[in-house]
Design a protein around this ligand. Structure first.
Ligand code: AVJ
Length: 318
């Protein structure tokens, strides 16, 4: 029986097929595929494993910052806010805040309905007093608040430096959309990775256990299994580096040889050393991020960094 405190709202997000993405992405002069295609079941598992690697500092540091700042966050936001989380996934980090912030409702939002339902059920198990409205939607297009959710002040939660996958311009659009969803007086609590020593970034995206490499190469497995393209993961190599000019970590899959991939009558030639660009992860200094937020109409209230300034959490207000 469905728990009475969960309601589902399915906005039927249209997911571009992997096949369409491969045809579009391989037709470009600089071949690329968007990072959202990493996350099939195996990819999501591998990402969870990345989050346990000692070199991949963001999850651990963000958790430490959030746990250590709960009282201050509570003081600044108050309780009883309608709290929504775009791209909530397994909704792990919100758990650090729920008992203190006591939202009047929690709205996890995700494009993957199955994951979302599971996460929502687990949240209600753990926090039986909390009304949960699970919203299945592509949050890059819209952030719909169900009209069955309570009225009142809103708080958006966007942890994990997910904003780093957007270009700065897309990030500005996303922040503007959040601003209009939270309305006057609404707040955004967001985790953003900082600019730092390239060696630290390099290690974070080239972990010694090779999990990030596996995560990146899983895309080739997916393409082979789901689109029938005759690609061999052995013919690709993981590459990740910090592009200082653009302030981002780039991930690529490098072709180890001259190869031709066939898909539905299309032929895609890859030269030895040619790259398939799979991810950007933008990094922001606090000054840069605050400027971006202000351009989106969000005022900085406070931000928290760890001692080594490896990661930042910002509280902003519309
Ligand atoms: C989930 C986008 C925040 O950019 O650090 C981790 C994804 N890619 N290791 C990031 C990722 C390789 C991650 N984000």
């Amino acid at each position: 029986m469905m728990d009475k405190t969960i309601t589902f709202h399915d906005h039927n997000p249209r997911i571009e097929s992997l096949q369409e993405a491969v045809i579009k992405g391989l037709s470009k002069e600089f071949k690329s595929i968007a990072p959202k295609y990493f996350y099939d079941e195996r990819g999501s598992q591998l990402f969870a494993e990345i989050c346990e690697q000692p070199e991949y500092y963001p999850p651990y540091i963000e958790r430490t910052i959030l746990s250590g700042s709960v009282d201050e966050i509570l003081y600044l936001t108050g309780t009883e806010r309608i709290t929504f989380e775009p791209g909530a996934g397994e909704a792990t980090k919100i758990r650090l805040l729920l008992d203190a912030l006591k939202p009047s409702a929690y709205l996890p939002m995700d494009i993957s309905c199955e994951y979302l339902k599971q996460a929502a059920a687990e949240i209600v198990d753990e926090f039986p007093w909390l009304p949960v409205h699970a919203v299945c939607v592509d949050f890059t297009h819209s952030i719909p608040i169900p009209n069955t959710a309570p009225e009142g002040n809103r708080l958006a939660f966007f942890p994990g430096s997910s904003i780093g996958n957007f270009t700065p311009n897309e990030a500005l659009n996303f922040l503007s959309m959040v601003r209009s969803t939270i309305g006057q007086g609404g707040m955004l609590l967001i985790g953003v990775d900082t600019k730092k020593e390239p060696a630290i970034l390099h290690a974070a995206y080239n972990d010694a256990a090779g999990v990030t490499a596996k995560f990146n190469l899983n895309l080739i497995h997916r393409i082979r299994n789901e689109t029938g393209v005759d690609c061999d993961p052995e013919n690709f190599e993981h590459q990740a580096f910090y592009n200082a000019d653009l302030g981002r970590v780039e991930m690529h899959l490098i072709s180890r040889c001259e190869q031709t991939l066939h898909l539905n009558g299309h032929r895609f030639q890859l030269h030895e050393g040619e790259t398939l660009h799979t991810e950007n992860s933008y990094k922001y200094s606090p000054d840069e991020f605050i400027r971006l937020a202000e351009r989106a109409g969000l005022q900085p209230i406070r931000h928290w960094l760890d001692d080594e300034k490896l990661f930042a959490v910002y509280l902003l207000q519309a």
